[in-house]
Design a protein around this ligand. Structure first.
Ligand code: PLP
Ligand code: COI
Length: 339
């Protein structure tokens, strides 16, 4: 085990020893390689550098209460990478290749898997880029698939304490019929300005509105939105929102706990009616949202200074499954063989 202050980890890059790589060219994926370099040799005309032919994923491996290491919903991340890559006309890895690349990356860095009880986990970042040289705007003829891992703690420094966010009334992260539903790098490039303006103003994150009409809630820069009221778990239905695997899981858990799930457009004014709101995602897990600022009215929607009871229940159940404390009755975790 590496000598790392696991409890003090935030969500940032910590160098590990190895990553996995695989190249698609001449019509096929090559062999999976384990590399000890943090760098990629890349052609200056690679399509990822000029035309943004780049998609990524984010998933976690958890060391459980029983000492075993588990992926959470690996196959869903593999399928989403396929959908994102296909949207950008890329060659995509099969589910089996995705699994092999992730498994080998974790196994090679076993000493970086945070110990149970520290609240930390191992974050995997699968990355698919067009590496073939091209000057015309079209698909690359070569692709590189990389998986690196890094141990992480909470995404928001507040941890499970409610965060304060702002609505983004001016800018969008994705176009109405564009790439919002896929995990392409360009969405995040487009969100950096809003994110840093919000941080400078003291907000933890921004909450985007639907890009066509600005009437409905879309999602946060790196997490989905949910609201809870009257025994209902409500989350936006929007074509510009990334289908979060955490949110998909929470919808199931919400039903298991007796909540009714509503997946529908959420008008901004409805924010005034929720008892609890939260951000959910792999990195964020669940981050309760205590206050949402609306720059239009200069007022806050308020949800309290502590996480609400349903958010606590959902968070606990989700983490219990991830850390092997509760029965994984939906079959969401995969054990990883660690020597
Ligand atoms: N929405 C955006 C824009 C994200 O970047 C993420 C992170 O992956 C999520 C939502 C949450 O998705 P997931 O729960 O699959 O991590
Ligand atoms: C994740 O939750 O895994 C994400 O990808 C968020 C990331 C953009 C920081």
């Amino acid at each position: 085990m590496k000598d790392i202050k696991w409890q003090e980890l935030g969500f940032s890059y910590v160098k590990t020893d190895y990553n996995t790589r695989c190249v698609w060219k001449d019509g096929a994926w090559g062999k999976v390689e384990v590399s000890d370099s943090e760098y990629l040799p890349i052609h200056m005309a690679a399509t990822c550098l000029h035309y943004g032919q780049e998609v990524f994923e984010g998933l976690k491996a958890f060391r459980g209460v029983d000492g075993k290491v588990r992926f959470f919903r690996l196959e869903e991340n593999a399928k989403r990478m396929q959908r994102s890559g296909e949207y950008l006309r890329m060659q995509v890895p099969s589910i089996e290749l995705f699994e092999e690349m992730c498994t080998k990356a974790v196994q090679a860095n076993a000493e970086y898997i945070p110990p149970y009880g520290t609240g930390a986990s191992l974050y995997l970042r699968p990355l698919l880029i067009g590496t073939g040289a091209q000057v015309g705007v079209k698909e690359a003829t070569e692709y590189t698939f990389v998986v690196f891992v890094t141990p992480v703690g909470p995404y928001f420094k507040e941890g499970f304490k409610p965060i304060t966010v702002t609505l983004e009334r001016l800018y969008d992260r994705a176009a109405p019929h564009g790439t919002g539903h896929t995990k392409v790098g360009g969405n995040y490039a487009a969100s950096i300005g809003s994110g840093s303006r919000a941080h400078a103003a003291g907000f933890a994150n921004v909450l985007y509105l639907d890009p066509s009409e600005k009437k409905y809630i879309d999602e946060f820069g790196a997490a989905n939105f949910f609201g809870i009221k009257d025994g209902k778990y409500v989350t936006p239905d929007s074509s510009s929102v990334l289908p979060s695997i955490t949110n998909m899981s929470l919808r199931t858990l919400a039903e298991d706990l007796g909540l009714t799930v509503e997946n529908r457009p959420i008008p901004v004014e409805e924010l005034a009616t929720f008892e609890e709101t939260g951000a959910c995602g792999t990195a964020a897990v669940i981050s309760p949202v205590g206050r949402i600022f609306d720059p239009l009215t200069q007022e806050y929607f308020e949800y309290g200074t502590e996480a609400g009871p349903w958010s606590v229940k959902l968070y606990t159940l989700l983490q219990d499954i991830q850390y092997g404390r509760a029965e994984d009755k939906h079959g969401w975790t995969t054990l990883i063989d660690i020597e």
